[in-house]
Every structure is written in structure tokens, then in C-alpha cells.
Design a protein around this ligand. Structure first.
Ligand SMILES: C[S@@+](CC[C@H](N)C(=O)[O-])C[C@H]1O[C@@H](n2cnc3c(N)ncnc32)[C@H](O)[C@@H]1O
Length: 506
């Protein structure tokens, strides 16, 4: 069956108010050529006409939707074709729309290959291909205005998209709509961006929505008001950003400049946790440990999970038994570790389904990442943080206990001459949180702590006096497990040192 006669790929209509807002961002003349790729039921074309644009082309792959537009919008050119196949000889002054969002794995086979050939990866999405194709189809000085998920700003596999945008122009405007409910049933984090295809980059205006509860009509009204008055209002914050196109991930947060710094990786070991691939199967209740034989007991360790990270301190732990490739066969397991064997047998079906590296058996842990390092430094103070966190304040949590990290936490082990309480206090500050967001750590309403972003994080070289204040306040929180006053003092101390430039410059 032809692609065009099947059901559409990701038809999700844009609310008219949002389409109209996007059309008002066009600064080209009313007779310039405009393309709406994946025009659906033609909402953008309708808005373009209402705002007196005359030279409009819509492309729609799905036959039914194409027919719908053809009948409804007779003065515009509507083409029943795959946008990704359009000849790049015929370029446009403006490309505007809401492309389909669908992960590669869910695309029809023929579309998969096209998307792959454009984005050069199979960990991709059709909207990545739409952005790349659109940049190519744009005339010099042309404007690309899309509403798309925010994830191409940080996704590793969207690197090609970022490179092509960075090479060909700049964002004149980004409206960050966070997870505002715009599309029925769908809650992606979306942005509207206006990209200009020009040689010279200029600054970017950023509007960031303050609440997820806004309705499309209010979003449009308040965004236009903020743009006109060039300042923030109840719904949007407004600022100008020197966008860093070269950075690994992009962000719509204001940059926080740190001039005198050490990377966290210079001050501490930063590592991912150990992954079993099926935690339930290896978990033990504390009371059952004493019933195990001696050999078994040697393999039981306390682990910290994300849920144990309370911010500043750790509460509780979980016990897992470690089965690694030193256990060569199921027979050895059953003889030497009979209790483990009987526990794990009940999970065999699920364990087999895990992804396992070569030479691993179904009863082994999936990846004992950094195990040797953790074993050697068990006595050292360690800071753990959940890899994905919804809480509103940071939860870097220190412990002196001999804990291992489970797969859902990142571990920071400060080097010998580094004060763990200083790091703990600084990493838990709101200042660091904002810094981390500006370097790409935000994922919707969660923060993602990755080994790479944390290792590269710039830790200011505060003067000794400042470091001591942060450290002693942090110690108080750690010991007393109470927050507010000390957190505020740390915050003020950090802000003051930036205002008064209280750093060691060497
Ligand atoms: C998210 S919907 C948006 C529809 C419309 N622009 C709107 O905003 O209401 C994406 C549209 O792209 C169309 N589409 C998907 N893949 C396409 C392709 N390769 N070429 C052209 N249109 C495509 C879908 O049929 C769907 O109508």
C-alpha cells in the first residue's frame, strides 16, 4: 500500500491560536514564498491567509488530509507528496509549521530509510529530519518557524540537527512552552523557535513560560505582549541570550558565567552506579542476611538508591547480592550459593530478557560499572545524587558509610585534599542548580544528572573564606538534618562572592 493512502504519520493538529502566534513572527513580505510541510488540515495556511500572506504552499503526505486541504484552501498550492522528497532546487523564504514527531522505531519501513539517510542515525525522530530538510529548503535570509519537542536541544542523537542549525544561521527567538498542554493527549515539552538562515549570528530572545496550566489563547496573548513590550509578564520571563551553539547540549536557561573554576572531575571521581538489569531479583531483606552461608554473606553489600538520597544526607539503604562472572556456571551457583540460587530462580524468565554483554550468564549482574573503584574507596566520603530527579531542590547526599551506588544514582568521591562539605553545600545550592540547567541538565520537569555533564561542571574557585562558610553551613545541615537557614546562608554567600568577585584566580 502507498504511504499516502495509509493512516497519517503523527497527525496532531495545532491549536489555531498557536498557529496564529507563529504566523505573526514572520517578518518577510506578504508576497514572499511560504511552505507548510505536513500541513494536516491546513491550520497554518488558514492563519497565513488571515494575515494576508499570498504565496503559500502546503505539502501533505496523507491523501485524505491532502484532499481536505485541497477542497478547503483552493487558492493555495497543496502538494500530495513526502516533504522529505522535495527537490532542493526550489527554495522558500519562510518555512513554518508543526512537523510530525515520531521515533524512528515507530515509522513505516520506507520512511525509516529516508529519515536515517538525512539524520545519519537510527536513534532518531522524523522531526529531526524535518528540521534538517527545512534548513536546506530555506533561501538565504529565510525564516524557519517550527513548533517541536525540546528534546533535540539535549539528545545525543540530535547532534546532527544541532550542527546543521549552528552552521547555517541563528535562533532569533525561542519560546519555551515547557509541558503546557497544547496537543490533545500528548504532553511533550515543546518550543517554538524562529531560526534565520544568515551568516552572522545575533543574540536570541528567549521567552520562558512560568506555568504549565496556561491555555493556548492566553499563551498567544501573553507571548505577543511580552515580545512587544520586550519584558517579562505574568506568564513569560523574557531575556536576551548569547546562545552558545558550540556547547554539547543547548538550553533555554540564561547562562551563568563562571570564570575561575575547577571542573568537578578535577576535584572528585565522578561515576555511574552499578546496574543489575533487574534489581528485584538480587534484593535481600536485612533480616534474611544472617540466614545465608558464609560464602553468600561475602557477596551481600549495602547500596544507595535514588530514594535514599534525602539531600545532604542518606537515609537507609538496600541490600543486594552480587553475582558476577567469577561464578562460571549455574551448577557452581546452586552448590556454593544455594540460597541465592533459589531466590534468583523465581526471576529467571525476566532475567533472561535483560540485555547482557557477551560472556555474561542469565544470573549475572548486567554491568558492574566502576566496581573496583568503589571497592577501593569504600571508606572515603561519598556524595550520591539520583540520575533523574523531580524534586524542586537538589538532592546531593553525603555518606561516610561503606555504600555502593545502584544504577539510578551518580557517585561523586571527592579526592583526598578536597573538602566534601564544601562540595556538598555548593552542589546543593540553587545557584548550582541554575548553572546546571543552563548547561543542558533540565529534562521537562526533571533534572538529569549525567556523568558527563557533572564531570564537566565548573566549580568556582571561591576564596578560602567563602569555601569555609559554605563548608561549615553544609556540615550543620548534614549533622542536624535541618535546612532552611543554612541553605539561605550558603545561597547568599555564593551570590555575594559573584557580586564582589571573591575568587582565587590561580
Ligand atoms: C503534527 S501534524 C501537524 C499538522 C498541521 N501542520 C497542524 O499543525 O495542524 C504533522 C503532519 O505531517 C504529516 N506528515 C507526516 N509525515 C510527512 C511527510 N514525510 N511528508 C509530508 N507530510 C507528512 C502528517 O500527515 C500530519 O498531517
Amino acid at each position: 500500500m502507498e504511504e499516502s493512502s495509509k493512516k497519517p504519520i503523527a497527525f496532531i493538529p495545532t491549536p489555531k491560536e498557536i498557529a496564529s502566534l507563529m504566523v505573526s513572527l514572520i517578518t518577510k513580505s506578504k508576497t514572499d514564498s511560504i511552505l507548510d510541510p505536513g500541513c494536516g488540515k491546513g491550520i497554518f495556511i488558514e492563519c497565513l491567509k488571515e494575515q494576508n500572506f499570498t504565496n503559500i504552499t502546503g505539502v501533505e503526505l496523507n491523501k485524505e488530509l491532502y484532499n481536505f486541504c485541497k477542497n478547503k484552501l483552493s487558492q493555495s498550492i497543496i502538494i500530495n507528496n513526502d516533504f522529505l522528497d522535495l527537490s532542493e532546487n526550489n527554495k522558500f523564504d519562510v518555512i513554518i509549521g508543526n512537523p510530525p514527531y515520531t521515533h524512528y522505531n515507530s515509522l513505516p519501513t520506507s520512511m525509516k530509510e529516508k529519515v536515517y539517510s538525512i539524520t545519519k542515525t537510527r536513534e532518531t525522530d522524523i522531526y529531526y529530519a524535518f528540521i534538517i530538510k527545512a534548513v536546506k529548503l530555506l533561501k538565504d535570509e529565510g525564516e524557519l518557524i517550527f513548533i517541536v519537542p525540546y528534546s533535540f536541544f539535549y539528545n545525543t542523537f540530535a547532534k546532527t540537527v544541532r550542527e546543521i542549525l549552528a552552521k547555517n544561521g541563528f535562533f532569533e527567538l525561542i519560546i519555551d512552552l515547557d509541558e503546557v498542554n497544547l496537543f490533545e493527549g500528548e504532553l511533550p515539552e515543546t518550543i517554538i523557535f524562529k531560526f534565520k538562515k544568515v551568516k552572522e549570528k545575533r543574540d536570541t530572545i528567549i521567552l520562558k513560560i512560568k506555568t504549565r496550566l496556561a491555555k493556548p489563547a492566553r499563551v498567544t496573548e501573553k507571548a505577543l505582549e511580552s515580545l512587544e513590550k520586550r519584558r517579562e509578564n505574568e506568564l513569560f520571563s523574557y531575556f536576551i541570550k548569547k546562545f552558545d551553539y558550540k556547547s554539547e547540549t543547548w538550553s533555554t536557561f540564561p547562562y551563568i558565567e563562571v570564570s575561575f573554576f575547577n571542573r568537578l572531575s578535577e576535584l572528585a571521581f565522578v561515576g555511574v552506579g552499578m546496574v543489575s538489569g533487574y534489581d528485584k531479583a538480587f534484593r535481600l531483606e536485612e533480616k534474611t542476611i544472617k540466614l545465608l552461608n558464609d560464602e553468600e554473606q561475602k557477596r551481600v553489600f549495602p547500596f544507595v538508591k535514588g530514594e535514599n538520597c534525602k539531600g545532604y544526607f542518606i537515609q537507609g539503604c538496600v541490600y543486594y547480592f552480587l553475582l558476577d562472572s567469577s561464578i562460571k556456571s549455574e551448577e557452581e551457583l546452586s552448590k556454593k550459593y544455594p540460597n541465592f540460587y533459589s531466590i534468583i530462580l523465581s526471576s529467571k524468565e525476566n532475567m533472561i530478557k535483560r540485555y547482557l554483554p557477551k560472556n555474561r550468564k542469565w544470573f549475572h549482574w548486567q554491568a558492574l560499572r566502576n566496581y573496583e573503584t568503589y571497592r577501593k574507596r569504600l571508606d572515603a566520603p561519598k556524595i550520591f545524587v539520583p540520575t533523574l530527579d523531580r524534586s524542586k531542590i537538589n538532592r546531593f547526599s553525603l555518606t561516610y558509610e561503606k555504600f555502593f551506588p545502584s544504577g539510578d544514582v551518580i557517585t561523586i568521591i571527592p579526592y583526598k585534599d578536597v573538602d566534601p562539605f564544601f562540595l556538598l553545600g555548593y552542589l546543593n545550592s540553587d545557584f548550582f542548580r541554575r548553572y546546571y540547567f543552563s548547561y543542558g541538565g533540565k529534562r521537562g520537569n526533571r533534572v538529569s544528572y549525567t556523568q558527563r555533564l557533572l564531570s564537566n561542571a565548573k566549580i568556582p574557585k571561591f576564596s578560602e573564606k567563602i569555601r569555609k562558610i559554605i563548608s561549615s553551613e553544609s556540615k550543620k545541615i548534614f549533622n542536624q538534618k535541618s535546612f532552611q537557614d543554612c541553605r539561605e546562608k550558603i545561597e547568599k554567600t555564593i551570590l555575594k562572592s559573584f557580586e564582589e568577585n571573591l575568587f582565587d584566580s590561580v
